[in-house]
Design a protein around this ligand. Structure first.
Ligand code: ARG
Length: 284
């Protein structure tokens, strides 16, 4: 080989080797070019937004303010739970009739609506741990002679369709009773009481007390009866969504532990909840 041809050979070989090197490197490096590490860094998991159904005609638990915003005790409780558990919520006003269907079909991830935990409902939905104690309460006109639940037997009684109040009155008056007037919301039933269309309304105590206090012109009074069984509200969650159920229960425990729950309770009901233990022990 001449000097020239050797150089030429090395040149050619070098080019080829470099070419091969580049090609090999190119292949290896292609998936991770300089900007790639940034692009392939794991993106923070997007915060989950859960859709919450609520029948916002149930003050002070859920209602709409003048601006059309959904507000109330239930709303604050769920917002606080979400903040603790690290998810976001979007409240959607959902009529009571059909609210559990929407949950079952997945149109809502959960329902917060002063929902009483019942064995029957547990068949088709999951419930968080209880977050509120309630009972039925009777609303009548100030001059009414009603003194106990049994006194409603011969009267016209208004209820919200499909509520535990409806259940109690249906049991007392009979399934086929025409004296039961069913309404799509509790305020509608109470308006009917004011205008004399019904003699009494049976609904959750918190809502009845709130309505009577805020409608002095209606000249209502309330009648309680120990015959009404104690009820507890739970957040209803689509059956089988164990992940969300766990998050909600964890968040609820956290807001009870750090005082947030009591703060919200006091904001809406004027005082923190009465200690549950002695009360339930005494009632046993
Ligand atoms: N606690 C009662 C029940 O579960 C009534 C709840 C009605 N809630 C409402 N937002 N309309 O049957």
């Amino acid at each position: 080989m001449t000097a020239l041809s050797t150089r030429r050979f090395l040149q050619l070989a070098g080019i080829t080797a470099a070419g091969l090197f580049l090609a090999a490197c190119g292949k290896k490096e292609e998936p991770t070019p300089p900007p790639a590490p940034v692009a392939s860094a794991p993106a923070p998991a997007p915060v989950k937004v859960y859709t919450v159904g609520t029948d916002a005609a149930y003050a002070p638990f859920e209602s709409q303010n003048e601006k059309g915003e959904i507000v109330g005790f239930d709303i604050e409780v769920v917002k606080a739970i979400a903040a603790k558990a690290g998810f976001e919520v979007k409240f959607v006003n959902t009529p009571w009739e059909g609210i559990f269907n929407a949950l079952g079909q997945g149109d809502r991830d959960m329902v917060v609506s002063a929902v009483t935990i019942t064995e029957e409902r547990k068949q088709t939905m999951d419930f968080s741990n209880p977050y509120f104690d309630a009972a039925q309460l009777i609303a009548v006109k100030e001059d009414s002679k009603v003194a106990k639940f049994g006194d409603l037997k011969k009267l016209k009684v208004g209820v919200q369709t499909g509520t535990t109040g409806d259940e109690a009155v249906t049991k007392l008056l009979g399934k086929n009773s025409t004296a039961i007037k069913r309404f799509e919301s509790t305020p509608l039933a109470l308006k009917e009481l004011e205008s004399g269309g019904v003699d009494a309304v049976v609904a959750d105590n918190g809502v009845v007390v709130h309505y009577v206090a805020n409608n002095p012109g209606g000249k209502f009074k309330t009648v309680s009866d120990p015959e009404f069984v104690p009820e507890q509200y739970g957040i209803a969650i689509k059956k089988g969504n164990a992940e969300l159920l766990g998050l909600v229960n964890k968040g609820l425990a956290d807001i009870k532990a750090d005082g947030t729950y009591d703060k919200i309770y006091t904001q809406f009901f004027g005082a923190p909840p009465a200690a549950a233990a002695p009360a339930s022990a005494a009632s046993k």
